[in-house]
Design a protein around this ligand. Structure first.
Ligand code: CTP
Ligand code: CA
Length: 224
């Protein structure tokens, strides 16, 4: 079967992957979230383990199980993920930011449940920007460390999608950017994925479409 033919080309490599979607607390019982299931990040972890890597996953609210052979750090919010990634990055050779990180969080987290009685007919939330974890890790990159980001875009025009990816990798400063189109029907939460991988010049270095496992292996080929 395919498992028997896997080449251990990542033997001993230390790979750090963020997966899932962050939740930004509003009060003790509510949060702002997103549709990420964590399936692509977990597929990356599975594929990396199969190829011999030592894998850590910083996991935010996953809908799927992480293989037991992976070191898992559980987080929920973007700030928690920021801390956990900074710490784990110290010993990682390859970092893959597959998580959907909330761009903004509620400015204040209420200690008690928000009550309709206290709010009235309209509720306005004030949000503040979260730290850009990927840009921060890229700026702090050690020599030899490889950093891969993801870009989830809803743009339907292929050329404009690529242009967005090219702008994004320049802003992020990472080595590769995995661009994937998302909608309610593809990307987030689904079994399949379709991606284009750009290098730091914005040049297409790989394209993959299929199961999240085959997309994972295509991404890992960049580091093998
Ligand atoms: N990312 C991150 N920290 C954030 C926001 C995003 O590390 N606060 C990472 C994601 O994990 C992903 C990459 O940055 O690997 C791109 O995320 P994306 O949401 O596509 O890009 P943004 O820079 O947030 O831009 P926008 O959402 O406005 O398109
Ligand atoms: Ca974003």
């Amino acid at each position: 079967g395919p498992a028997a033919s896997v080449v251990p080309d990542l033997a001993g490599r230390r790979v750090l992957i963020s997966a899932g979607g962050t939740r930004e607390p509003l009060d003790p019982v509510r949060f702002l979230g997103n549709r990420s299931s964590g399936k692509q990040g977990v597929a990356l972890a599975q594929a990396a383990v199969a190829r011999g890597a030592t894998v850590t996953v910083v996991a935010a609210n996953l809908e799927v199980a992480v293989p037991t052979s992976v070191t898992t750090v559980l987080v929920s919010s973007a700030l928690e993920m920021h801390k956990a990634m900074a710490l784990a990055a110290e010993s990682a050779e390859v970092i893959i930011m597959a998580a959907a990180v909330a761009d903004y969080r509620p400015k204040t987290v209420q200690l008690g449940k928000i009550k309709k009685e206290d709010v009235g007919d309209t509720l306005t939330l004030e949000l503040v920007k979260n730290p850009d974890i990927l840009a921060g890790l890229s700026a702090a990159r050690r020599p030899g460390q490889l950093i891969i980001g993801f870009a989830a875009e809803t743009e339907t025009d292929a050329d404009r999608l690529l242009a967005l990816g090219r702008d994004k990798i320049i802003r992020k400063g990472c080595d590769y950017l995995v661009v994937n189109r998302v909608s309610q029907h593809e990307g987030f939460g689904t079994e399949r994925n379709s991606v284009t991988v750009l290098d730091h010049h914005g040049v297409i270095v790989n394209e993959a479409s299929g199961s999240k496992m085959s997309v994972a292996n295509c991404i890992l080929d960049l580091i093998g």
